[in-house]
Ligand binder design. Structure first.
Ligand SMILES: *[C@@H]1O[C@H](CO)[C@@H](O)[C@H](O)[C@H]1NC(C)=O
Length: 218
């Protein structure tokens, strides 16, 4: 089960319609996507959802990969990905990887945005890395990662362990200000969101049309 399977997140039009779209919308970059890669020593339920669309579950054995295709429109707004070794579909108890593919820049241009969010919780280590970046400079096409080596060592009051995975809940993460608890998450993972307004050091952007790797247990 290590072979990569293509699995569209949006229903794909027929080949003929796809070709017509490609001709009409030649200015759009070729369809891109995200490669999910489970490098953990254990199997993971990996979940992906865009906006209010349904959550797509993928069961990835150790070493397995899954290709998520953004489809011919190459859009994936308000996308979120998370993983759980106990198949916990509650993204409030997981490290979240957030993507907006083809975000509108307001001037007819589009751009991708991505980040790792510990605003709700941390459960598994993750690395996000662009596969074909046009250039890399700081948070432009950069590769955020977050690894906390000892959950039980790190996760003390005011943060706490819960659930089967387990996960360290970031109690103050959804708040508007940094607290002692959120600062502990920030120190552990400086390139990840530690609370909801932690934008400056946590938001990454890259050219529309870029492909990405999301690696669990990198
Ligand atoms: C998670 O789901 C997969 C696929 O349905 C299943 O094979 C596996 O046993 C489940 N794992 C747990 C811990 O429930």
């Amino acid at each position: 089960m290590t072979a990569s399977r293509r699995c569209p997140l949006h229903p794909l039009p027929t080949a003929g319609a796809g070709l017509l779209l490609a001709v009409l919308l030649a200015a759009r970059p070729a369809s891109a996507g995200i490669n999910l890669h489970n490098k953990c020593a254990f199997a993971l339920g990996v979940y992906a959802r865009s906006g209010s669309n349904p959550t797509y579950p993928y069961y990835l054995k150790p070493g397995a990969q899954q290709w998520l295709d953004f489809g011919p429109a190459n859009l994936w707004p308000a996308g979120v990905i998370w993983a759980s070794k106990s198949n916990n579909t509650n993204n409030g108890q997981a490290t979240e990887i957030e993507f907006t593919i083809g975000g509108d820049m307001g001037n007819g241009l589009k751009q991708d945005f991505y980040d790792i969010s510990l605003v709700n919780a941390y459960n598994h280590p993750v690395l996000v890395t662009p596969l074909n970046p046009p250039s890399v400079s700081g948070n432009w096409c950069g590769s955020p990662s977050c690894t906390i080596s000892s959950l039980s060592g790190f996760c003390k009051l005011p943060n706490y362990l819960t659930g089967k995975d387990p996960a360290c809940i970031n109690k103050d993460g959804p708040g508007l200000v940094a607290t002692t608890g959120t600062k502990a998450f920030k120190t552990a993972c400086p390139k990840a969101y530690s609370y909801s307004k932690d934008d400056a050091t946590s938001t990454f952007s890259c050219k529309w049309g870029t492909n990405y790797n999301v690696i669990f247990c990198p």
